[in-house]
Design a protein around this ligand. Sequence first.
Ligand SMILES: [Cu+2]
Length: 146
Amino acid sequence: MRISLLLLIFSLLGFSQAHAYLTASEPSAGTVLVTLPPSISLSMSEEVELKFSLFKIYRLDTEPEDKKALVTAAKSLLEEKIKLKNDEAERADTGILNEEKRSSTITIGLKEGLEPGLYIIIWKVLSVDSHSSEDFTYFFYQPSQP
Ligand SMILES: [Cu+2]
């Protein structure tokens, strides 16, 4: 019993390590920024094929009341927007800044003059092992009042 449980844990770990998942981001999830940087970066557990991966940043008009509502909002953003074409106007990003074909560190440009609020970064990536995965992270932009 104990051995099979251990095997299960190891196989679950093996499964998650075989895909590109977020290991870190700058800013990190939930950070409140007083000023916006020119770009944000995502670190993935393995390299992704940038031509076959999508990264988008959206500002939400209404902020979710709690973490659960935020996850729901992010999931519907992923469903509705990740494959949308010609959506540059409603996005907060200017696209990825990487020039290489594959990378585990993705830099995404931010537009200038963005409104305060909650920003959600969504992605659907194809990792070099040919598996695809999608997820999100988020930050707040809250400039201090003069
Ligand atoms: Cu994989």
